[in-house]
Write a protein that binds this ligand. Structure first.
Ligand code: ZN
Length: 61
């Protein structure tokens, strides 16, 4: 029994490549934290890393 096991990670929009912190649910749902869709209006994200990688991702690694 679970009220929603979630993993926090980083994903980018497949359309405009904007990156967001997201929660990934057990069923595979990727949901940006604090929003429903990307600013471009789509809701199709590709996981690019976990939260511990965020600084490295934006540090040019
Ligand atoms: Zn987008």
């Amino acid at each position: 029994m679970s009220d929603g096991e979630r993993q926090r990670t980083i994903a980018k929009c497949r359309s405009c490549s904007s990156a967001y912190a997201v929660d990934v649910w057990d069923d595979g749902t990727i949901r940006p934290i604090g929003r429903t869709n990307c600013d471009c209006g789509l809701n199709d994200f590709e996981i690019i890393g976990d939260s511990s990688d965020t600084i490295a991702l934006y540090g040019g690694n």
